[in-house]
Each structure stands twice: as C-alpha cells, then as structure tokens.
Ligand binder design. Structure first.
Ligand SMILES: Nc1nc2c(c(=O)[nH]1)N[C@H]1C(S)=C(S)[C@@H](COP(=O)(O)OP(=O)(O)OC[C@H]3O[C@@H](n4cnc5c(=O)[nH]c(N)nc54)[C@H](O)[C@@H]3O)O[C@H]1N2
Ligand SMILES: Nc1nc2c(c(=O)[nH]1)N[C@H]1C(S)=C(S)[C@@H](COP(=O)(O)OP(=O)(O)OC[C@H]3O[C@@H](n4cnc5c(=O)[nH]c(N)nc54)[C@H](O)[C@@H]3O)O[C@H]1N2
Ligand SMILES: [Mo]
Length: 915
C-alpha cells in the first residue's frame, strides 16, 4: 500500500489506505463494529450521527464515531474496550426505548440485528410519551416514525443517492423528524417511490407495505433471496427477489454495475403482476366458429368467452399444425414471428432460429423496430456497430453530458441517478427536448426546441463546430470519412437560419456547440425523441456526426449511448431477432455468414431479408401473411394505427400467442400459450451498457404455465426440427458459438460473476466498457459522416387537426400496461389514462384539469382525463400508450422512416376537445 497509515487496532499492527476510515479499515480486517446511520454502499457518505459505531482512541477523552474518523499514524484504536462496548450498548438501549415493541416490524432492518447481537433486548429508559401516528398514505411504503432514530440515512438516500430531494429532517434537537417535502403525508408528496429510503432505513420506520403485511400475516417476511435482474427497462438493475412460499414479498437492489443497489418504483414495487389472478394458467384455444373481432381487444371478459381451456398436447398440436399447414401450402413467406425483448437471450436466439429454420423465412422481428431502429440503422452506417460505445456510467468521467430526446428520470430512472451524480459533481449537463424534462433542474443548458426539428438543431450545432474550427482535426483526419461533403452541406444551416426552424436562439446554439466541442470528454445519451420519427435515421446521423467531428468517442467519459428500452432489447437484437440480420448483425445476404450458420444449424437459410413489424401487420391485412407466432409482444397495443394493426391480426388464418396474460393481441389468437414471467426463469439478458447478466428463477410459474424456452423447443419439435435443449445453458453455449461478440463469456462465468460486458478480451479479464479506442468496426476501420437534410416530421397540424400528438411513457407504467396495470402499487399511482396539455391550452379549450376530453386524429379518437402539465409545450398533447380504454395507438400515424422502418410515434396532427 502506498502511503498506508500504520496504526494499531485492538493491539494489532495494521495499515489503512489513505482516505479510509477506522470503520472501513476495521471491517476490511474482519473486525465488526455496529453501525446504523452509516451504510457502506456506493453513493453514501458517512455522517457520524447515530453513535452506534463508537470506538476508543487511546489518549482521547471522548469516544470517536469510527465511521467518520480516519486513523492517524501511530494511533491506538480499541473497538472492544469496556468503555466503547458500554457506550455502544447504551446507544442501543436508548434507541430501543422508543422502538415499538412489534420487534418483527424491523426484522429486515439493521437495528434489530445489531441490538440482538449486542444482547440489548430490553431498555431501562422510558419511551417518549408522544408517539407519532403511522403515515400510510403512500400505496407502497409505510412511514412509522415511532421507530425512527433520526439517523438521517433516508434523507441522504433521497437527496444524495437518488437526487430526488423529497426527504429532509425537520425541526431540531429532540423533536427532529423526517419530513416529506413540507411535512406532507408521503403519499401527497413529490416522492417518486424509488424506495431508496426504505432500503436504507435501519429500523422499521420506513418499510415496504408488502413487508409490513407479510410480517403481520406470517411473522417474518422472506425465506430466501434470489439474485436476478429487473425485468423492466434496459438499465439492467440487479435485484434480489425475496421470496416466501412461492411469492415475491420484497425486491431489493443489489450492487450491480448498472445500479449500485439502486432501483426505481417499478423495479422495487412492480412485481405482483407475476402473481396476478389474470395470469394464464392453462392453454386456451379459440372455440370453433368464434369470430375474431378487434372489438374484443377492448373487452378481455368478452374475449375470454371465445376461448376454451385445452390440454398442452391439444394446444401445441393445433398451434404447430396451423403453422405447418400454412408453410406447406402457401410457402414460408406466408408466416412471420414476433419474438420478445422481455425474455432471455436464450429465448430470443431460439425464437429466431425457429422462424428461420422451422418456418423457413426471415420474417422475424420484435419491438426494436418501434424503438431504436433508426439509431441502429444510423450507427451501423456511420460506425459499423449499433450498440453503445460507452456505458451510461461513463458519465462519471465526462465533463459534458448531452441528453436529447430522452427522459431518463422516468424511463431509465436509475441511469438518471448517475447523470445527476455527474451534474452534482460539476459536469455540464445539456438537455434537449421539446418537452420539459426531469433532468432540466440539473442542467446548465436546456434546449426546448420545436418538436420534429432535431436535424435543424443538430445541423446548426455542426455548422458552428465547422465554421468556428472547433472540430477535432486530428481525429477527423485519422478516423473519419466524408468531412468535406458534410462541411459543404452544412453551409446552409447557420444558427440564425435554424433558430427560425427549431426555435432555439442562435446565441444558445452557438454556446452549446462550443461547450460540446471544447469539452475534454463529452457523452451523448439519446432516446425515442431522436429515433421514433419518420426521419429518425437523419436525426441520429446528425447526432453521430456531432460526436465524430468533435472526437468525442472512444475515450473515457466520451461516447454515443442510445438508451436501450426493454430489459433485453440489446440482447434480442444481438441474438438475431431482426429480419435483415442473423445473430451478431450479419446480413442475411452475406453468403459467408449464411454458410456458417447453415452448417451450425443444419438447415437451409433464406438469403432475402424478411419483413419488419409494421410491414408484417400490413401484409397480414392484405392476406399475404397468413400465420404468426407472437411471443411476449403486444402489437395490438404497441403498433401505430392500432385499428389497422388489429385488423391485420384478426385477418390472420392462424395466430399463436405466448404470453402471461390474455392481452389485446391474444384476444385475436387461435391458440394462447401460458408462459413464464421473468422471475420464474433462468436466463441471461443484455442491458443498454452491453452487460450480459444472469437472471435466476425465484418462483414457480402458476398452474400449468410453462417455461418460454420449453414452449419454443416443443414448437420446433412439432415443426420437424429435432431440437433437444434441456437447459438454457446449452442454448447459451450454442449461441456463443454463433456469436463472436460473446467470446470469453460463458454461462458458468455469468453464474459466478453475475455480469460481464462484451466485447470481452479474455476468460479472466473484464469486458471493454469504452470501445472503438482506435478503430471502428467498419471494413477500413474508419467512420462515415452522413449529411442529413430537413424534412417534415410527419403529418403536419392544420386547421382541422391543430395539435401535435406526442406519445410516450410515464414512470409507473410499462408500455402497453400488460404488466404494470396488474401491479397494485403502480396501478394505484397511475390508475387511468390522461392527456397532458400546457395549462394555457387547457384554458383556451375551456377544460379544467380532471375534465374529460377527446383526442382525435385522422385514424381514430379516444377519451380520457385532462392533465395540466407546464412541461408540455403549447400546441402539443401528450399521451402514454399504456391504457387499453384510451389506446394512444388508435391515434398514431403508421408512416415509416424509409431506411429504419420505424414509425413517427412522437408526431402527428390531432384535435383536442371537451368530451
Ligand atoms: N416507465 C417506463 N420506462 C420505460 C418504458 C416504459 O414503457 N415505461 N419503456 C422502455 C423503452 S422500450 C424505451 S424505448 C425507453 C424510452 O425512453 P425515452 O427515450 O426516454 O422515451 P420517451 O419518453 O418515449 O421519449 C423521450 C423524449 O422524446 C421527446 N420528444 C418528443 N418529440 C421529440 C422530437 O421531435 N425530438 C426530440 N429530440 N425529442 C422529442 C419527448 O418529449 C420525451 O421527453 O424507455 C424504457 N423505459
Ligand atoms: N404510441 C407509441 N407506441 C409505441 C411507442 C411509443 O413511444 N409510442 N414505443 C414503442 C417502443 S420503443 C416499444 S419497445 C414497443 C413495446 O411494445 P411491446 O413489446 O409490444 O410492449 P410490451 O407491453 O412491453 O409487451 C410485452 C408483452 O410481453 C409479455 N411478457 C412479459 N414478460 C414475458 C415473458 O417472460 N414471457 C412471455 N411470453 N411474455 C412476457 C407482457 O405480458 C406483454 O404482453 O412499443 C412501441 N410502441
Ligand atoms: Mo423501446
């Protein structure tokens, strides 16, 4: 150890690293010291206020809080002296006096554990006469301040770890109390329910209600904890499922590379969908002659009457026979499959292999088409790879972070905490979004620009970079093609001209361009605002050009990061769940790749690329696609122009749906196969940071529901493929052979390490977080600049439809609501569909917040509740697409980006009126 500090600990000569506290050194050396207000986890600073960790330092009059005291050379520390032990016991005894006697209530907290360990079971002191009443106003968490020891950990959790700034300590001295906002009930406060505070609280003062209820019911919360990954977004938070009697009673954050113990409301409190009574427990088959009616999508009860339960044997026989008949009479091109980004890599890999070798077509796609398709198209074209060049945790090394067209505080909340960390540390945060964004209050620059004008905005930045000579000459010369053409193209995009298009003052455009170009290390993160557009590829091209021109790729703190959406959309895409590419993005037309896979799979492969998601449903409506197998996707709710999509699904001669619920899509099926939810299976997933992580089964699927992987294998067997995979590890092994990107990553290694980043250079080395340090994965190693021009962002508002309808998400719900509307806490927090408008627009429309309104477009109309949101610009109406009863996609425009085939979910013309 360099500059180690030598001191004695309980008579032993030891060394501490510089900066280490006595508590840390002792813990490292195996000497246990109690602690309550100190949480030794990333992001938590020690505070030294609870005195549970007192130690004696020779020659000092008073005892020292070891969690904040650094050892000095020659210091003699005694952790177990009579005096220290006595003082610590006294601290616990004093605190115990005020603890409610329901000791079980804090069985999960550190207090009870330490008190028991110290043998402090009774207190000689009288409790405070006034006991605060419990605050049960929040759907997820109980506040019982009678158990509070005012250690302040919850406030640090809320303010310093998650940066939500809701919890504070109010009043002083003996009356000090935990306060939400201005002493509001928790349920009425601005709390976003990340649950960091309940995870930190060392007593039962803040508890998940699920734990409280379980404790009341059964005396103890959980029997065991299973290490897995969160099934919601692409951040890939590592979780612990705490289980009792085949039920998840609590979810805790583990120390994964992407979350450092943090979670968000869905990850922590959104798991009861797994145990919802709506879960499919037996296969269903359509009753003979029961018509497929798109109206059934709106009415699950009516949809259910059109099915009867069947045995697995009958259901699988029907499912496979229907697909085989179409294949054999109309050819492979009459079939298509949608795989899932919510399942494992192994499932995605086998699903695409099934479609390619069992159906005989490349008509296989998944929700990535509706998601980062444009980003991936532009990235492949520009730098030869569609994955992120740096993890979002690279924010820690960045001095500028640009977030454009993404709202991480709602959609990637744990990633957002890392961006907020960086901003609090002093990094410059720039947020560009037509709508106000939860990151704005951390930002140095907020660019509120006109919806759909990204190319104007970005070209103006590029123009400044080029004309002011701010680009990285060396980087451009050594690594980038197309500079001269781009320079010529940009001449017409001066900031003054672009101010008129995008609405951002020229001076701010210049300022931001200079900040970005001059930053030592700048990171760009983007989302659906860039991608989900009829010119999404152009948006992404301009953004990529900005990074390339300024040399902001391939170094620590720099990079391009399209925030991936679904928990496994990176992995599903890598595994080949896309129509134009085999696993690892090898084009179907690439004869070398085809020959390799034909050998590996023992089957002939089609060289022609297949159809994409929206094209497949179009072809279904025309009768060209006749049969489909859909696993873990809900296109009747997630595709644009849902009436059209539903009509396409209804017209199919044969539809097999494999899901957890009788979804809007399953309502139109011929056979519905009950599958396994994420916490019910073993498998790997790949997050937005390219981290391959291990998910483990925590509970059994309900009833006769089966493992997705087993269903796919059985389907393949019945379609004539002689598959026999007994365990996901066998699939992983084959997948790793098909995919060079997985080199040095094995199932066993993942079981051991939990998470490994690809690309990975050796079996015993960590993966590479920052890629393309000196070359890009293009044939000549160089990147390509592709100029982007201005075009309409889609159907423009007019007199009849004067609003822009923008669709997206809200914190508590997941996409089509299949999972989260069946999660009690999430449903309680956001129970019904709303449309958000600027307060001034609501006034103009004569609508009060909470009034019923109607949103109509050329495709359809829905009714819901008006919400006033000052973050929404005037002229825009925002809706989430999670609600069946007001399905936003009945309104959206199906026009596609020509290259990426992604629809413009963020822009179409709409009318808003009182209902
Ligand atoms: N709570 C929750 N989290 C989720 C999901 C969910 O359903 N619920 N889904 C996951 C998935 S699959 C995905 S893909 C991600 C998506 O996460 P995000 O990319 O954050 O998705 P959105 O909120 O749909 O859109 C992002 C932003 O685009 C902005 N925007 C609208 N029009 C434009 C425009 O013309 N230009 C630009 N630059 N921006 C515009 C919107 O105002 C919005 O702030 O979230 C993931 N996380
Ligand atoms: N208007 C509008 N539409 C959009 C978007 C938008 O911003 N606006 N965003 C688009 C984007 S980015 C995306 S990614 C798509 C998402 O579109 P989808 O993927 O269709 O939406 P989800 O609701 O995530 O559907 C997942 C389905 O899988 C099921 N499921 C969950 N876990 C499992 C499992 O382990 N096994 C099986 N078999 N099933 C499972 C769920 O019950 C649910 O039915 O939506 C797109 N549509
Ligand atoms: Mo997505």
């Amino acid at each position: 150890m360099t500059d180690a500090i030598r001191f004695t600990l309980d008579g032993r000569e030891v060394e501490a690293a510089p900066g280490e506290t006595i508590w840390e050194a002792a813990t490292r050396l195996g000497v246990e010291i109690p602690h309550l207000c100190h949480l030794p986890r990333p992001g938590y600073r020690p505070d030294g206020n609870c005195r549970a960790c007192l130690v004696e330092i020779e020659g000092e009059r008073v005892l020292a809080a070891s969690c904040i005291r650094a050892p000095a050379p020659g210091m003699a520390v005694r952790t177990a002296s009579r005096r220290a032990r006595h003082a610590r016991r006294m601290v616990f005894e004093l605190l115990l006096a005020d603890q409610p006697d329901a000791a079980a209530r804090d069985a999960t907290g550190g207090f009870a554990r330490w008190a028991a360990r110290l043998g402090v079971t009774r207190s000689r002191f009288a409790p405070e006469p006034e006991r605060p009443a419990p605050d049960l106003s929040h759907p997820a968490m109980a506040v019982q301040l009678d158990a509070c020891i005012a250690c302040g950990l919850c406030a640090r959790a809320c303010r310093e770890v998650q940066h939500n700034d809701v919890i504070g300590l109010a009043r002083r001295g003996i009356g000090v109390t935990v306060a939400f906002d201005l002493l509001d009930p928790m349920g009425a406060s601005s709390c976003v329910a990340c649950g960091e505070c309940v995870q930190a609280c060392p007593t039962g003062a803040l508890l998940p209600k699920s734990v409280l209820n379980e404790t009341w019911r059964r005396g103890a919360p959980a029997e065991r904890e299973v290490a897995s990954v969160c099934p919601y977004c692409g951040v890939g938070c590592q979780v612990g499922f705490r289980v009792r009697e085949n039920r998840i009673v609590e979810v805790v954050g583990r120390d994964g590379p992407a979350n450092r113990n943090r979670l968000c409301v869905k990850g922590r409190f959104g798991f009861d969908y797994v145990a919802h009574p709506d879960r499919l427990t037996r296969p269903l088959v359509r009753i003979e002659g029961a018509a497929k009616d798109p109206a059934d999508c709106l009415d699950p009860a009516r949809a259910r009457t059109k099915f009867r339960e069947a045995s697995w044997e009958e259901a699988m026989e029907r499912a496979a026979a229907g697909l085989a008949r179409i294949r054999d009479t109309h050819g492979p091109g009459a079939l298509a499959g949608f795989g899932s980004a919510k399942g494992s890599n192994e499932e995605a890999y086998l699903f695409q292999k099934l479609v390619r070798t069992g159906f005989g077509t490349n008509n296989v796609d998944h929700c990535t088409r509706l998601c980062h398709a444009a980003s991936v198209a532009a990235l492949l074209e520009g730098i030869g790879s569609g994955a992120v060049t740096a993890p979002f945790t690279a924010a820690a090394d960045a001095d500028l972070i640009l977030v454009i067209g993404a709202r991480p505080t709602e959609n990637h909340p744990v990633a957002a905490t890392f961006l907020k960390d960086a901003a609090r540390r002093g990094a410059t945060l720039v947020v560009a979004d037509p709508r106000g964004n939860g990151l704005d209050r951390f930002a140095a620059e907020v660019l509120r620009f006109a919806a759909g004008s990204d190319v104007a905005l970005l070209n103006a930045l590029l123009h400044v970079v080029v004309t002011e000579g701010l680009y990285d000459r060396q980087f451009v010369a050594a690594r980038v093609d197309g500079f001269e053409a781009l320079r010529a193209h940009l001449a017409a995009y001066g900031p003054e001209a672009m101010e008129r298009v995008c609405g951002v003052p020229a001076a701010q455009l210049r300022r931001v361009a200079r900040l970005y170009a001059r930053a030592r290390a700048a990171l760009i993160l983007w989302g659906m605002g860039i991608s989900q557009s009829v010119h999404g590829t152009d948006n992404a091209r301009a953004l990529i050009a900005l990074a390339l021109l300024c040399g902001q790729v391939g170094r620590p703190g720099t990079g391009l990061h399209p925030l991936r959406g679904q928990n496994n959309v990176q992995g599903a895409s890598d595994a080949g769940l896309i129509p134009m590419m085999f696993p690892d993005y090898r084009r179907t037309g690439d004869s070398t790749a085809r020959a390799f896979l034909e050998e590996l799979w023992g089957a002939r492969l089609d060289p022609d690329p297949g159809l994409t998601v929206v094209e497949i449903l179009d072809a279904a409506l025309r009768g060209e696609i006749r049969g489909m197998y859909i696993m873990g996707e809900n296109p009747a709710m997630s595709d644009p122009d849902a009436a059209h999509a539903r009509a396409g699904l209804a017209r199919l001669e044969h539809l097999v749906v494999q899901d957890l619920f009788l979804t809007e899509t399953a309502a139109l099926a011929d056979v519905v196969l009950p599958a396994s939810a994420w916490p019910e299976k073993d498998g790997t997933v790949t997050n937005t940071n390219r981290q391959v992580q291990m998910g483990r089964k925590a509970v059994e699927p309900p009833g006769e529901a089966r493992q997705d992987l087993a269903i796919i294998v059985e389907m393949a067997r019945r379609l004539g493929l002689g598959w026999s995979y007994a365990h996901p590890r066998e699939v992983f092994a084959e997948m790793a052979r098909a995919m060079p990107s997985l080199a040095h990553i094995t199932w066993e290694r993942l079981e051991r390490e939990g998470s490994v980043t690809y690309p990975c250079p050796a079996p015993d080395a960590p993966g590479e977080e920052i890629v393309f340090r000196d070359r890009f994965p293009t044939p000549d190693g160089r990147a390509r600049l592709v100029p982007a021009g201005l075009s309409d962002p889609g159907e423009m508002p007019d007199a009849e439809f004067p609003f822009i309808l923008s669709t997206g998400r809200e914190l508590e719900h997941w996409h089509t609501g299949a999972m989260t509307r069946r999660a009690a806490v999430l449903d309680a927090l956001e129970p019904a569909p709303t449309a958000s408008l600027a307060p001034a627009e609501l006034r103009r429309l004569g609508l009060a917040p909470g009034a019923r309104l109607r949103v109509a477009t050329r495709r359809g109309a829905v009714e819901c509740t008006a919400r006033a949101d000052p973050a929404v610009p005037e002229g825009m109406v925002f809706m989430a697409f999670a609600y069946r009863e007001a399905a936003a996609n009945l309104l959206t425009d199906p026009r596609l980006d020509p290259l990426a085939k992604i629809p413009g979910f963020k822009f179409c013309a709409a009318r808003v009126e009182p209902a």
